[in-house]
Write a protein that binds this ligand. Sequence first.
Ligand SMILES: Cc1cc2nc3c(=O)[nH]c(=O)nc-3n(C[C@H](O)[C@H](O)[C@H](O)COP(=O)(O)OP(=O)(O)OC[C@H]3O[C@@H](n4cnc5c(N)ncnc54)[C@H](O)[C@@H]3O)c2cc1C
Length: 381
Amino acid sequence: MNILLVGAGLSGAVIGRELAEAGHRVTVVDARGHVGGNCHTERDGDTGVMVHVYGPHIFHTDDAEVWGYVNRFEQFRPYANRVKTTARGAVYSLPVNLHTINQFFGKTLHPAEARTFIEALADHSITDPQSFEDQALRFVGRDLYEAFFKGYTEKQWGCAPRDLPASILKRLPLRFNYDDTYFAHRFQGMPEGGYTAMIARMLDHPGIDVHLHSRFDPDRAGAYDRVFHSGALDGWFGFRLGRLGYRTLDFERFTDTGDYQGCAVMNYGDPDVPWTRITEHKHFAPWEAHEGTVCYREYSRAADADDSPYYPIRLVAETALLADYVALAEATEGVTFVGRLGTYRYLDMDVTIREALDTARQFLDCAATGQAMPAFARRPL
Ligand SMILES: Cc1cc2nc3c(=O)[nH]c(=O)nc-3n(C[C@H](O)[C@H](O)[C@H](O)COP(=O)(O)OP(=O)(O)OC[C@H]3O[C@@H](n4cnc5c(N)ncnc54)[C@H](O)[C@@H]3O)c2cc1C
C-alpha cells in the first residue's frame, strides 16, 4: 500500500519503519527542515555541544522491547537524570527525597523518622484531593509545597495550582531515601550521537521517502491508501471548532566557558524568578569534552496560533473540545491520528514508541484481515 506519515518525529519514524519493513511504500513529510520532531538534537555552532533544541530529553523506560528497539538504531550511553532546584536561596535535589527533607528542615532524620515527620506535616483534613494544591498539601504539607511545587507550577502552567487536576502531582514521587535519580525506570540512557541521528537511521530504509520543509495539506490525503497524522488533531480539521490549548516554551540561549551550573537541569521554584529552569546541554553528554558551554533559560507561556505547541493543557474546556474533535476524527475515513499532537496527550518517548509499534501492528493486522483501521489506535479521551 501507499502510506503517508505526516511528521518525521518518533511516531512517524517508528510507524514508517515498521510498515516499510512489512513491504509497504512509505512517504514521510515534515514541515520542519529536520527529522526528529521535538526530540531533535543538533551540534551548537559555537561550542560543538550537542543541544536538545526543543528542551531536554532523557530516555527512560521499563519496556524491554522499546529499549531494544532504540538500541537497534543508536548506541545508548548510561545516563540518569538528576535534577536540582534553586529555591529560597538554597539548592536542593529533586524529586523530594531524604536529602531534600533533611536539608530543608535542618534535620538528620532516618527514613522511618522522615516518613512520620512528613505525615505530621500533611494536611489530613483533605480526604479526597481534587486539585494539584490539595494533593500537594495532603502529601507534603504547606512548607514543602510552597518551596518546591507552588511557584514552579504557577510558572509552568500559567494558573493557580488549585485550578489544576490532582493527577498532575500524582506523577511526582516523594522518596524517603537518598535516591536522587529523577526517573525510577529500569532502562535509562542517552543516545551517543543524539536523537536526530537515531531517528534518521529509523527512516533510512529503501521503502521510505522523506520530504522536509513540506507542510501537509489534508486535502491531498486521498492520494494515499492510509495517512498516519502525527501533527495536531485540530490542525487536520483547520481548527474549525476552535484551538486545543497548549503551553509553549521560549528558550533564551546563552553561552559561557567551562561549567556554568554543574548539572544538566536546574529548576527555579521561586515565583519572582521568571524562568522555570536552566538546561546546560553539555551535561547530557558527559563522555564529550568541550571548552565552551551552551545553556537555555526556559520560559513557559500559553501558545498562540504561530507558536510550537508543547504541553497539552487538558483542563475541562480543552477536554470538551477534544471530545468534539475526536468525534470528527472518527467520522473521517483514511486517516489515523497518532503521537503527542495527533492524540493531544503528553507522551514520553518510550510511550510514543510503544504506541507507534502497536499502531503499526494493528494496521498490518487490519490489512491482513480486511478490517477497517480506526481513527485512533489509542483513543485520546
Ligand atoms: C519540553 C519537553 C521535554 C520532553 N522531555 C522528555 C524526556 O525527557 N523524556 C521523554 O521520554 N520524553 C520527553 N518529552 C516527550 C517527547 O518530546 C515526545 O514523546 C515526542 O516528541 C513525541 O513524538 P511525536 O512524533 O509524537 O511528536 P513530535 O516530536 O512533535 O513530531 C511531530 C512532527 O510532525 C510535524 N508536523 C506537524 N504538523 C505537520 C503538518 N501539517 N505537515 C508536516 N509536518 C507536520 C512537526 O513538525 C513535528 O516534527 C518531552 C516533551 C517536551 C515538550
